[in-house]
Design a protein around this ligand. Structure first.
Ligand code: Y43
Ligand code: MG
Length: 199
């Protein structure tokens, strides 16, 4: 039933991961930027509210079903920060390099360095869909004391997932998708769609 989907994100790193993660759905996927959808406001304190706002915004402006991802890094010793503010941890304009520097500074001298990536995905069939499909994923690990690697995006050079011996930026893209917060969320979303007979 889902033939065409707008991906409600402007983050190039996420879009790269989704091109592999969405392939099994077999539907046509268009990034919102290709349809000139401007970035949505993300004013809320929870990931799920922000993801829903992004999905509704893209769906309203395109008339298509929309999938949004709201995600971030939650560090235990920082009370869950940067959390929903991950993208703007070092202020505007958004910058992965400045966010990583701000994270190292915030954690300087603090222990433990444990935390998790969180991702929530929201799919709306239309802008006012009363039954959004929601799935999430958690990926635990540690914040490293210096950046390692140049793959991935965001905080990946500083994050080493549990059970791994390298940073996420040193993992290959398929290995990351197989275990990441986003990969887990996507597989859970696909299972819900299948349950609803819509994938
Ligand atoms: O797998 C990941 N690897 C590294 N960093 C990650 C990951 N997943 C989320 N993150 C970080 C990046 C950004 O600092 C924030 C997401 O913020 P978030 O608002 O969801 O995305 P965004 O503004 O970059 O793009 P958009 O809202 O258009 O999807 O969390
Ligand atoms: Mg955002």
């Amino acid at each position: 039933m889902l033939k065409k989907l707008v991906l409600a994100s402007n983050n190039a790193g996420k879009l790269r991961e989704f091109s592999a993660l969405l392939a099994p759905l077999g539907c046509q996927v268009i990034a919102q930027g290709e349809l000139n959808v401007p970035e949505a406001e993300e004013p809320f304190h929870t990931f799920v509210e922000n993801a829903l706002a992004k999905a509704r915004h893209a769906s309203r402006l395109t008339g298509l079903p929309a999938l949004a991802d709201d995600s971030g890094l939650c560090v235990d010793a920082l009370g869950g920060a940067p959390g929903v503010l991950s993208a703007r941890f070092a202020g505007e304009p958004k910058s992965d390099a400045r966010n990583n520097a701000a994270l190292l500074a915030a954690l300087d001298g603090k222990t433990p360095r444990s935390g998790h990536y969180y991702c929530v995905l929201v799919l709306v069939r239309h802008a006012d869909d009363p039954q959004p499909i929601i799935a999430d994923g958690v990926w635990r690990g540690q914040v490293l004391s210096a950046a390692q690697g140049d793959g991935g995006f965001g905080y990946d050079p500083l994050f080493q997932a549990q059970g791994e011996s390298v940073s996420v930026a040193e993992m290959d893209a398929a290995a990351k998708n197989a275990v990441s917060h986003r990969g887990q969320a996507m597989r859970a979303l696909a299972a819900k769609l299948a349950e609803l007979g819509q994938a």
